[in-house]
Design a protein around this ligand. Structure first.
Ligand code: PEP
Ligand code: MG
Length: 761
């Protein structure tokens, strides 16, 4: 007992010890020695909890192998140590290695110490770490051991919490990655964003880290001017090839994705400064990195968002140049044939990855209806979304299998899994190639005509839409040609883009939606105001009305490009009558201007709007009177009705198109459109999902606009239902007040369980 009392006195001195220590690490080392002496233990260790990564890392030990420090890590709840912190209580075990919660780490000799005591280090409910004591001999830990250990833990809590930020600076996060156990990651259930299949090596894409990693690399060997010139030449050729691949793939406004890299590469000052440094004896790789850093710092200090955005281009280019020096970092830019695992991507990044031949994408955050997913579908890039950031720890090169038909990911799959999924994939492929040629017109079983239109994101979608006999374009998301570029397209470029779509569609009706940027549709080159809540900020029609120069150019391009076509202009995200009226007035003003200029243009486009915001639903009669047509954007209507961010995986279980409030709103809009005798369509993702189609028809919707690939399945669904059955279904569903019950009735497969499945809290 004496020892315990002495210890409790000594720990009062911990603060003093801290002041004496050279560093936080030094302090913890002294502490573990002190505690193990007083409590006569063979081992005393301190684990610190990294709440960003949700992982406990061994930071100091007396007794375990010194190499284990910074390397041994475990998740909250994992092993006895993780369990103590998760449950916020001390855990005492004699015979630790046979305890079901025990987690074995090889090579640190922990198994020698069977008596185990773990005491959480906390401040209130804030988790800071764990103090672990271990003994070899039979002497188990007593109540007074626990009491003393608790005393130390509470002292440590204060000091460590204050010093934690210093420790993060001292220990680069990468070091924890080494030992991170990915054995629990054999199979990760995800959600399907864009169909497809890939069995390829993984590559983690962390844009922020790649350049930093290079900066921390020391380059051996002599890399001189000759190597540099060769790297510049190879880089130029690669960029030109990539640029032409993008143009081949997308004729939309001749995307300039790689052109700005080329431009920087050709800047004499940029490469000139590098040459100068190399001539003065600096290693070529280091010269590239130094000059790039200089540019990045200059761009960063700018107040202009466009300039800040350019830092990414400089980083990408520097990484590519260094890789091409044969400096041993070639794999940094090689995405071809890899499944890319990443946390964050701009839409232009997915385009870039697609041009570079990436095999698939795993996003560890985001939503299925997010615009990145929508773009991935247009690019036929197999993409899934998983809510598991541990995947970012998978070492590069690990084989993964992306099952983009169900939405799952297998890490290092066994042969049987690969065989099984490959077979399924071939069946799918066969089925896809043999896609039934959709009939030109679609009727319900009792002969009611339903029009099936296509949603077009990139011009590349048009071919499939036409092949499958769409009856026109119900939604052309014109923001994509804007998103995939590095600058705003000019009026003439837009005329050309819309002209191509119109030409490909012949005399079918085409709905051109005006720019719907904002929210998750970010223009990398335009971030004028940083908004705290961009989904509810200056977006869509609000942006267009605020930036009338851009809006007028777009309207003029639509009117001119669609001079001889059946075009409809649709305004997104309208929330008030004033907005609709103002937008319409601008279209008429543009017509007046074009008339004065003697241009040829369409003087009778129908002018309609999206219904995506609840305010429109409650005033649907007024809107239906003033708009020529309405189109329900269920993706946003669900988001705004239920206050559930469509891009946030933490609330994905609450993103419920089958929620009674949403269904009733669609019903109310259908009745409003019918009273005003205005055409109504649904163009959100619900329109392409067979489980909702009979209900939508029953609610009175006669036009559906969907991803072209889903046309056959939706046509088949319609042909199998009669209007009488559909109406009966709608009447039944409109009476139900619980989402789960509606999901049962509609047999919705891909559904969350509401609040029970919400993510991290
Ligand atoms: C919608 O919100 O349902 C819609 C079709 O528009 P977007 O998905 O482009 O926001
Ligand atoms: Mg929308």
């Amino acid at each position: 007992m004496d020892d315990h009392i002495k210890l409790l006195c000594d720990i009062g001195e911990l603060n003093h010890l801290f002041r004496e220590s050279m560093s936080v690490e030094d302090f913890m080392e002294r502490t573990v020695v002190l505690v193990s002496q007083h409590l006569q233990t063979d081992v005393c260790s301190i684990y610190i909890y990294d709440d960003d990564e949700e992982v406990l890392v061994l930071e100091a030990t007396k007794g375990l192998k010194a190499e284990a420090v910074g390397q041994v890590s475990m998740k909250l709840g994992e092993g006895l140590t993780g369990k103590a912190l998760k449950e916020l209580r001390p855990i005492v075990v004699s015979g630790a290695s046979s305890d079901p919660s025990y987690k074995h780490f090889s090579g640190i000799d922990e198994e020698l110490y069977e008596n185990f005591l773990a005491v959480p280090i906390t401040r209130g409910v804030v988790r800071i770490g764990v103090l672990v004591l271990q003994r070899k001999q039979k002497r188990t830990f007593s109540e007074s051991d626990i009491m003393a250990c608790r005393g130390v833990a509470s002292q440590l809590a204060n000091i460590i919490e204050n010093a934690k930020f210093l420790m993060t600076l001292h220990t680069p996060k990468e070091s924890h990655k080494v030992a991170k156990d990915i054995s629990g990651l054999k199979f990760v259930r995800g959600r399907l964003a864009a169909e497809g299949y890939a069995h390829s090596p993984a590559k983690i894409l962390d844009k922020d880290r790649t350049f930093e990693l290079l900066e921390r690399t020391s380059f051996d060997g002599e890399l001189g001017l000759e190597d540099f010139e060769r790297a510049v030449k190879i880089t130029g050729e690669q960029l030109e090839e990539l640029q032409s691949k993008v143009e081949e793939k997308l004729s939309d406004s001749a995307s300039l994705i790689f052109a700005s890299h080329l431009l920087i590469l050709k800047d004499h000052e940029f490469t000139g400064q590098m040459r100068k440094r190399i001539e003065s004896g600096v290693n070529a790789a280091e010269a590239i990195i130094q000059v790039a850093r200089h540019y990045i710092d200059i761009f960063h200090s700018s107040h202009n968002d466009y300039m800040i955005e350019k830092t990414q281009d400089v980083e990408d280019l520097a990484v590519r140049l260094v890789s091409n020096l044969n400096s041993g970092s070639e794999e940094l830019v090689d995405y071809a044939g890899h499944v890319i695992i990443t946390k964050e991507l701009f839409p232009s990044d997915i385009l870039r990855l697609s041009s570079e031949g990436a095999a698939g994408v795993v996003l560890v955050s985001g939503g299925v209806t997010s615009h990145l997913s929508i773009l991935a579908r247009s690019l036929a890039m197999p993409t899934i979304i998983v809510n598991n950031s541990d995947l970012l720890e998978v070492p590069d090169g690990t084989m993964v299998l992306l099952d983009g038909y169900v939405g799952n990911l297998y890490v290092e799959p066994g042969e049987d899994v690969v065989k099984d999924i490959e077979e399924r994939y071939h069946v799918h492929q066969h089925f896809r190639e043999e896609l039934p040629r959709t009939k030109e017109k679609t009727f319900t079983r009792d002969g009611k005509r339903i029009r099936l239109m296509a949603n077009i994101n990139l011009l590349g979608d048009v071919r499939l839409a036409n092949k499958l006999n769409c009856e026109g374009v119900g939604l052309y998301r014109t923001e994509f040609p804007f998103i995939i570029r590095n600058n705003f397209p000019s009026e003439q470029e837009q005329v050309a883009t819309y002209g191509k779509l119109i030409e490909a569609m012949g005399d079918k009706p085409i709905t051109l939606r005006t720019l719907d940027i904002g929210g998750d549709k970010v223009l990398s080159y335009y971030r004028n105001a940083r908004e705290r809540n961009p989904s509810m900020g200056i977006r869509s029609i609000r942006f267009s009305l605020a930036r009338q120069d851009i809006f007028r150019q777009q309207i003029r391009a639509m009117l001119v490009g669609g001079a001889d076509a059946d075009i409809r202009i649709m305004f997104p995200m309208v929330s008030s009558l004033e907005e609709l009226r103002r937008a319409k007035a601008i279209v008429f003003e543009c017509m007046d201007d074009l008339g004065r200029e003697g241009a040829e243009f369409n003087s009778e486009p129908k002018l309609g709007m999206m219904v995506e915001i609840p305010s429109v639903v409650s005033m649907v009669d007024e809107f239906a009177r003033e708009a020529d047509f309405l189109s329900v954007g269920t993706n946003d209507l669900v988001q705004f009705t239920l206050a559930v961010d469509r891009t946030n995986e933490n609330v994905e279980g609450l993103y419920q198109p089958y929620h009674p409030a949403v269904i009733r709103m669609i019903g109310a809009v259908a009745r409003g459109a019918s009273r005003a005798r205005k055409p109504l369509s649904v163009c959100g993702d619900m329109a392409g999902m067979p489980c909702y189609v009979p209900l939508l028809i029953g609610l009175g919707v006669e036009i559906l606009s969907l991803d072209p690939a889903f046309l056959p399945r939706v046509q088949k669904t319609i042909e199998n239902v009669s209007t009488r059955e559909a109406k009966k279904l709608a009447r039944r569903v409109l009476k139900v007040a619980e989402a789960g019950e509606i999901a049962e009735i509609l047999d919705v497969r891909d559904r969350g369980l509401g609040f029970e499945t919400t993510g991290q809290v």
